[in-house]
Design a protein around this ligand. Structure first.
Ligand code: DC
Length: 222
């Protein structure tokens, strides 16, 4: 199998993307890439430098200036800003509140997409995000859009102990001009409201079989 398969897992906040994408990557022996973490890292960088997150020109200038890097370490993406790994800070209330404003900036999206494409070149990857199937890798035949009812998503975020205004973030992510959260026409939608993580993973593996992804994990469960 040529090592350049991209499986896109898009969807709104708390739709189950992260857990499903990570578990799926493990089952397939693919790398797991979290594109939301890149937007969060740039947001953290702006907050850390005291840049007004509502000022798109200042955010774009910062994104040009710092070194935003994505690497695959132990089969997972790792993000750094000027060689600093901000992972522990990426889900703070401040970052949750500001990330939609930062991810609306066109130059930020260009830089992140460039780094992400570079990072995964010639690798088999599962990438989670908002626009992976619609914008970043529109040519991949393996696209899934996970969703869940707003009540279930709010419950999941609360259970994670996070204060995250997901309704506000959904609204901002869906209505922005650049790469809004949309379902790619050829993506398969899966409602995860009543499914466990392993059930969603099995459902995706089943659909990958019909799409003829020739991977041992897919074939052995035929
Ligand atoms: O997946 P997440 O909730 O960690 O993503 C954080 C934010 O990043 C989300 O509110 C929108 C933005 N994002 C994006 O615009 N495009 C992506 N591919 C991934 C995330």
């Amino acid at each position: 199998m040529a090592a350049d398969h991209v499986i896109a897992i898009d969807g709104p906040a708390a739709s189950g993307k992260s857990s499903v994408a990570r578990a799926l990557a493990k089952r397939l022996g693919f790398c797991y890439v979290n594109s939301g973490a890149m937007y969060r890292a740039v947001t953290w960088g702006a907050l850390h430098r005291g840049i007004a997150v509502q000022d798109p020109d200042a955010i774009a200038a910062m994104a040009e200036e710092v070194r935003i890097a994505c690497e695959l370490i132990d089969n997972e993406s790792r993000i750094s800003i000027d060689n600093f790994d901000p992972s522990p800070q990426l889900h703070s209330d401040e970052v949750n509140r500001a990330v939609s404003s930062v991810s609306r900036v066109a130059r930020v999206r260009e830089i992140i997409n460039l780094q992400m494409r570079r990072c995964v070149a010639s690798r088999d990857v599962v990438i989670e995000g908002r626009d992976i199937g619609s914008v970043v890798f529109p040519g991949t035949p393996f696209k899934f859009f996970l969703d869940a009812s707003p009540e279930v998503r709010a419950r999941r975020r609360n259970a994670q102990g996070q204060r995250d205004e997901i309704a506000m973030r959904d609204q901002a992510d869906s209505s922005r001009r650049m790469a809004p959260l949309v379902i790619a026409p050829d993506a398969e939608r899966i409602d995860t409201s009543d499914l466990t993580i392993p059930e969603v993973v099995e459902e995706i593996l089943k659909r990958l079989r019909t799409k003829r992804l020739s991977n041992a994990a897919v074939i052995s469960h035929r």
